[in-house]
Design a protein around this ligand. Structure first.
Ligand code: NAD
Length: 461
């Protein structure tokens, strides 16, 4: 596509939006039904694409992408009437008769740029919110999950009018061209470094952005934690999708008195989940590409493998690995791992945890495993993170009731469920003031109103 093609695409969606066609609830519901149908009718093809790109098993394909998107659309369908209803707020008595309403108005033509690790969730999840809110959308899936991007590009025209939803395939040059267009919202999922490029491009037109970014999610294991359950939940969160999960526990900070027992539980759990040779497990995935494989293999040298540590370049396989004896300044502690390696470091107090979290970029997720509730409460009360989970990790994006998103370096703006609807709308305050009553006391010259004026001032909002 040339630059003029992109301009024409945006112009066509803007014309459609301005026609009013996307505003009625009936249109929005039909689009949400179409998202649901796309993922239901083509379930096997979409799971195959995830297998090709990530060697993802069907269970996890459904959990994070295929059934996930269908359910997100169903949830929006169920709640849409309530979300669309204007909210009434109290009217100050001096302005009676009248009323105050907050409308949730669509923003217009939106651009949704996705990352490769959850290729459908990260493009069609925001799309559900965009459509529920009455917008049009251009989807730009990641070129790295190529099979999934191709499936999306092939299927979307079958389910949507291109004036409402279009997929643009491509990498950096295509995304750069797209970012040069004028949008009403840009919704981006990816790394903080590219997030900054997107934010700068958006600033040229004062376009609002939602930035869903990544980072290192600290995972705290306190002495009071149920170690067996903790190990199972951390192993699930770290090794699902080969560790390519933005909410995965990035590193564990464990109280010294339970460190050895925790590491032992991790080794047993990995064997339970994936057998003696995880490379043969139908449930264990592969690294997305050679570039990430090479990056991750280098990170294996940051400590001693308490379990795992094996790799096979020809198969893009890295064993589920737990690293101990990791220095605080080791390479693995300098970047988001985004792969199946879990460094375990010791920490000895709540104060040290707070200092650790607060002296680093704000994470997307913060996880605390502790049976002693006060420990979790003290940590949460003194730190910042996009979201937080107590006694579990990584799974919170599956709850549409929870706002999902980062803070600081891990992003801005929230979505999922009602939060997504809010992200894709303008809270338009609408004041209706009746012309039937219009007392003089509101207007100059004020001096003539005396005591009445004093009373009105007190009653003003
Ligand atoms: P990325 O930032 O490299 O790419 C994301 C998107 O931006 C892709 O569509 C890509 O084509 C495009 N892009 C890349 N470089 C660009 C450039 N220079 N100019 C314009 N566009 C560009 O991220 P990734 O490698 O696809 O994904 C991994 C990152 O995403 C990790 O940091 C991870 O934590 C984060 N992530 C965040 C969430 C979340 O919901 N917060 C979810 C998944 C992944």
């Amino acid at each position: 596509m040339s630059n003029s093609d992109y301009s024409a695409l945006v112009a066509s969606q803007r014309e459609f939006f301005l026609s009013g066609a996307t505003r009625p609830a009936a249109w929005r519901k039909a689009q949400l039904e179409a998202v649901n149908a796309l993922f239901t009718d083509n379930h096997d093809e979409l799971c195959d694409a995830l297998w090709k790109d990530l060697r993802r098993n069907v269970n996890d394909a459904d959990l994070m992408d295929v059934a996930y998107c269908a359910k997100e659309a169903e949830y929006a369908l169920k709640h849409l009437n309530t979300w669309m209803k204007p909210v009434r707020e109290p009217m100050p008595v001096v302005f009676e008769p009248g009323h105050i309403l907050v409308h949730r108005d669509p923003l217009g033509v939106t651009l949704i740029i996705g990352a490769w690790n959850e290729p459908f969730m990260l493009t069609f999840g925001p799309l559900v919110a965009a459509l529920a809110a009455g917008n049009t959308a251009v989807l730009k899936p990641s070129e790295i999950s190529a099979a999934c991007a191709a499936a999306a590009a092939r299927l979307v025209p079958k389910y949507f009018d291109p004036r409402a939803v279009v997929v643009v395939e491509g990498g950096v040059p295509e995304t750069t061209e797209l970012l040069a267009q004028e949008w009403d919202l840009i919704f981006f999922t990816g790394s903080p470094s590219v997030g900054k490029i997107v934010h700068q491009a958006a600033a040229r037109n004062l376009t609002p952005c939602v930035l869903e970014l990544g980072g290192k999610n600290p995972t705290i294991v306190h002495s009071s934690a149920n170690l067996k359950v903790t190990a199972r939940r951390i192993a699930f969160g770290r090794f699902i999708n080969s560790g390519h999960i933005c909410t995965a526990p990035d590193h564990v900070l464990v109280w010294p008195d339970v460190k050895d027992a925790f590491v032992q539980h991790m080794a047993e759990t990995i064997r339970e989940f994936y057998g003696d040779d995880p490379q043969q497990s139908p449930d264990y995935g592969r690294v997305i590409n050679r570039r990430n494989f090479d990056r991750l293999v280098t990170l294996l040298d940051s400590g001693k493998a308490a379990t795992g540590g094996q790799s096979d370049a020809a198969d893009l396989y890295i064993a589920p690995t737990v690293l101990v004896d990791v220095a605080v300044d080791a390479p693995i502690m300098q970047e988001e791992i985004f792969g199946p390696i879990l460094p375990v470091l010791e920490i000895a107090s709540v104060e040290a945890v707070v200092e650790w979290v607060n002296s680093r970029p704000s994470p997307l997720g913060l996880y605390v495993f502790a049976e002693d509730n006060a420990v979790a409460e003290r940590i949460l009360a003194a730190t910042r993170s996009g979201d937080a989970v107590v006694n579990d990790c990584a799974i919170h994006p599956l709850f549409p009731e929870l706002p999902f998103g980062g803070v600081g370096n891990s992003g801005m703006g929230k979505y999922h469920g009602h939060w997504g609807f809010e992200a894709f709308t303008n809270a338009r305050g609408v004041l209706h003031h009746s012309a039937r009553v219009d007392p003089d006391v509101r207007y100059p010259p004020y001096a003539k109103h005396g005591i009445q004026r004093v009373i009105v001032n007190k009653l003003m909002p």
